[in-house]
Design a protein around this ligand. Sequence first.
Ligand SMILES: Cc1cc2nc3c(=O)[nH]c(=O)nc-3n(C[C@H](O)[C@H](O)[C@H](O)COP(=O)(O)OP(=O)(O)OC[C@H]3O[C@@H](n4cnc5c(N)ncnc54)[C@H](O)[C@@H]3O)c2cc1C
Length: 484
Amino acid sequence: MRSCDALIIGGGVTGTAIARELSQYRLKVILCEKEEELAFGVSKSNSGIIHPGTQNVPGSLKGRLCVEGNALTKAIARELDVDFKQVGELIVAFSQSEVGRLIRIKEDAQRLGVKGLRMVDNAWLRDHEPNLNPDIPAALFAPSAGIISPYRWVYALALNAQQNGVEIMTRTRVAAIERLSGAGRGGMFLRVMTTSAEYDARFVINCAGLHADAVARMAGIDDFSIRPRKGEEFILDKKREHLTNHLIFPLPTPVSKGVLMIKTSDGNPMIGPSALDTEDKDDLSTTEGGLRTVLADARRLVPSVSERDIIAYFAGLRPVAGDDFIIRHEDRASGMVTVAGIQSPGLTCAPAIAKLVSRLLKEHGLDLRRKIFFRRHRRAMNHLFSIPLSRTARLVRLDPSYGDIVCRCEMVSAREISDAIAEGATTMDGIKFRTRAQAGRCHGSFCTCRLMKILADETGRKVIEVTKRGECSEIVLKDRGDDQ
Ligand SMILES: Cc1cc2nc3c(=O)[nH]c(=O)nc-3n(C[C@H](O)[C@H](O)[C@H](O)COP(=O)(O)OP(=O)(O)OC[C@H]3O[C@@H](n4cnc5c(N)ncnc54)[C@H](O)[C@@H]3O)c2cc1C
């Protein structure tokens, strides 16, 4: 039996941001994630936008955390050497009659504290967004919107938390939570039974995304449920990188921000996401209907977008628990903290959620004393796709394995693959999310075998044991007597 001050359930952006935040205090913190690697839940399938806070109800928790999260993400990304780019967003009106709604969005956002907002007209749009539908009369410009790689963000938060002493356990599913009486200063301890060990924890922080309702029920909390809302997204060829200069939004619908033209930190533009309520928490299928809707809506924004530009697609499920986030200490189950319903803009809000959670822990008796040595900064691994060729040449001189290109589409070297494995990648998706190898137009046709070989060699496994994303996603079908 091991004990800790805080046990975090869920290794998505919310859980890892909380882990990093708590790692600056003298606490024993453990994070449990059921999947083979971190960021394999909702945090792997989103638009990667760091929203400015323009499309939230003024009094909402989401809205407040979004504005704060935007500023914090920018600052922490710099500390952790993660590629955040402040590209700005345009919310467009398709007719003069929609301009009034834009003005109301601007006023609401200003009340929330969003800075730098201004209306721009058709002439401005023609100058700054030549591919935009020329009939769009006006747009609201929000300069603080940005883009980030959601996976590299999660991995950076987690690695920095680990550097500062947080213990991260993947392949560890929380199966039961028991309330214990008569312990610690801030209330009762909780006993957490997982698939790998049992822990006594002063606080348990439930950031289990789509399964936060199931985890809450383990502790006797049953007043909310999570309903998934599916979003399908379509990735365009990198050749279309400069299709737009900003993130482009239509006016929001009652359930989502609408179909967007998305710039990504890796260069490939994306179109999407759709928004469709579903019952199935595992339904990550993409559909012909989703493609048609997204394509038609995207063409209203940028008419030249073509189906031929699409190189890949995915779906993500927003964990919806009503209109707003649920972030609270559970007085009925002392020590239990719920962080649920973290739908969009959860990626943006994560660092602000982390600060809110640490305040909740303090209010409920946790002594937050700062560590004398907190390692605030981290250097990211080199990514050849994001540096000039002159720097690549210097790296190759220092280490020739930078010149051994494994993924030709995205120019990923053997050295980067090794660095990703050293940082914790154990699956093919883990390598892809960290390096972009297999994420190009050929989808790994050229590099998959080589990647599997490197992954097997460097993790001491057989090639047939390599998986795409953990158990039951083996790439090579095992034949009787096959041993290699
Ligand atoms: C299509 C789409 C587009 C989006 N775009 C944006 C955007 O552009 N900007 C933005 O700000 N937000 C966006 N979002 C929202 C954002 O992705 C989410 O709010 C965020 O990723 C939620 O992170 P999380 O850590 O709370 O959940 P998750 O990433 O799902 O993490 C929860 C983790 O808990 C683990 N878990 C569950 N049960 C257990 C258990 N019993 N034991 C151990 N582990 C468990 C899961 O495996 C999972 O890894 C988008 C969402 C979608 C679906």
